[in-house]
Design a protein around this ligand. Structure first.
Ligand code: CDP
Length: 223
């Protein structure tokens, strides 16, 4: 039997990773953060002093890049643990350019599909249900208003000691939404058959509970 795939897509800072981790834990599945992979490539381009807006230069680094993720959600870029570094403002501001390049997407999608073939997964991202695993057992589109998402990301940054203002973060979230949903290859959109959850007025526990109910309805997977 093929492993189970639960795809959770949605715009920036909709709380996908928090919720996806908890759902994975409850079900005993592997959590896969595909955004972290795009962030790791972005970090590499920045480390090389190159401009992430330059598609040719950014894609030319691919043969030098090896990305791995482990069971504890650590991300390794050429064997270096970059779990913390990929959350920096510089990476957040540039990742959507990197994620719009087809060559880079194909490189990472191959890795994502390989992981999904070998284990039951909860995978979060922008194109999991629409492109990476279109036959996923369960597809969720997790959303929230721009204001809620910007506030969540602002609070998260402050708690991690990352300096920023709310206005900057709202601008960044809007810009990222625009680039993610307007790119030509595998843009952010609600996948066919996905159940949309607006989490603006929901607690994390409520969202987790709702997803577990959907998982049970759709696939008969036990909570
Ligand atoms: O955590 P947050 O919602 O801020 O973003 P993320 O999941 O870490 O993803 C960072 C960026 O990677 C997104 O804004 C997208 O540009 C890109 N991404 C993508 O294009 N496709 C995916 N499957 C995952 C992320």
């Amino acid at each position: 039997m093929n492993p189970v795939v639960i795809a959770i897509d949605g715009p920036a800072a909709a709380g996908k990773s928090t919720v996806a981790k908890l759902v994975a834990k409850k079900l005993g599945y592997t959590y896969v953060d595909t955004g972290a992979m795009y962030r790791a490539v972005t970090l590499y381009v920045l480390q090389k002093g190159a401009d992430p807006k330059d598609e040719n230069i950014s894609c030319s680094f691919l043969p030098q890049i090896d990305i791995e993720v482990d069971e504890q959600d650590h991300v390794f870029l050429n064997q270096q643990d970059v779990t913390e570094e990929i959350r920096s403002r510089a990476v957040a501001e540039n990742v959507s350019y990197i994620a719009s390049y087809k060559k880079i997407r194909l490189f990472l999608v191959e890795l994502q599909r390989k992981i999904a073939k070998n284990a039951n997964v909860v995978m979060d991202g922008r194109d999991i249900g629409s492109y990476v695993v279109p036959d996923a057992n369960v597809k969720i589109y997790q959303n929230a208003s721009v204001k809620t998402r910007a506030k969540r990301r602002y609070d998260e940054n402050i708690s991690k000691g990352i300096a920023c203002t709310y206005e900057e973060i709202e601008k960044e979230v809007k810009k990222r939404d625009y680039i993610d949903s307007h790119r030509s290859f595998a843009p952010l959109k609600k996948a066919k058959g996905a159940v949309e959850i607006d989490t603006s007025e929901m607690t994390i526990e409520e969202v987790v509970q709702r997803i577990l109910e959907i998982v049970q309805e759709k696939s008969g997977v036990q909570k």
